[in-house]
Design a protein around this ligand. Sequence first.
Ligand code: ATP
Length: 397
Amino acid sequence: RLGQVAQDLGLDVFAVGGFVRDLLLNKQNLDVDIVVEGDGIAFAAEFARRFDCRIRTHRKFGTAVLIFPDQFKVDVASARTEYYLEPGALPTVEHAPIKLDLYRRDFTINTLAIALNGSHFGELYDFFGAQRDLQEKAIRVLHNLSFVEDPTRVFRAIRFEQRLGFRIGVHTEQLLRSAMRMGFLDKIGGHRVWNELVLIFKEANPLPAVLRMADLDLLEYLHPDLLLEKRAKKLFANARQAIDWYRLLFTGEPCRHWLVYFLCLLTDLDDQAVASLCQRLVVAPRLQQIFTVEREAAHRATNLIFWRRMHTAPPRPSEIYDWFQPLATEVLLYAMARSNNEQVQRCLSSYFTHLRSVQCELVGSDIKQLGIAPGPIYKEIFQRLLAARLDGELVTR
Ligand code: ATP
């Protein structure tokens, strides 16, 4: 259908990037990226009109997203052709606009294109040795200034390398290291570094990429105290176990696994170091709260459980509830991964499997019926009832 619309409009369209890379690697990828030689927005608008899709456009970038009725999305971009319209400037290369578009990309393996229309339908275009690099399992940049042009590619290189089981090419690694040495990472905003870090931590198993970051001195770059000690491996493995365990509870509440792993990375940093890292990476306020205040509260609560067990009676269920209830699920799973104390593990587990869903069972109108006038006392009544229920002092309605 895409090819048909392109053909009718006299345009050439191509599937490009990660979609084609993964097609050749026989890996599933549902992020379809299309490049149109010409006006991608006009193309997308015509497609949407004919096939009952919604369309979202970004005029500034000449891009559009086609949203199909089943929510399947196709990203459409424009390869600019106007540079070639002046006489004399006409390039000799066939499909120069798409070639130029692909030249701007990060790594050779992301530069493949498949023609989607006309007699060229299905033809694979490989201008920059992508098939060779896929075969050699190599991550290579297209030119020597690639990391200088966009230092976020340092993180992207590691992500693709570890995800695909490839290796960053020798020359590319030299370029990467020298861009780092020359401080080019400092020239991009912290939020861009943060976005790339999040993508790394969103990988199914981020540990190999984190170890590679350590190997390339990137952790030290993020914070001088961020040295990955041996126990990190164990901690990440524990985190994975805790996440899997939580998934099997089928609580219906999602868990952002990347947050649990990121908290593991921070484990040896003190509060001040975490706060300054968050500031530098321009982390959103809600996440900052998780990485600083909630992390600290989880450390305190788990220490307290340990201490109480050793010196006095174990904490009551209502106390456990009060400590854990204000904390994000991800912080608690991190605490689970970090603790090697059985009592702490048991408290966390009982919170997730039981305490968290206990309710006080009464509503305001029930209390009103008892002749108590509405006011702040209601809150206290609810809290005391809930505590009594959690501690098993109250079992009937
Ligand atoms: P993923 O499977 O992680 O989505 P992807 O290859 O689709 O991988 P995206 O981050 O979605 O990667 O980017 C889409 C395409 O845009 C990439 O294939 C790449 O060619 C290009 N791209 C993205 N970021 C950059 C960048 N910083 N520099 C150059 N090209 C980039």
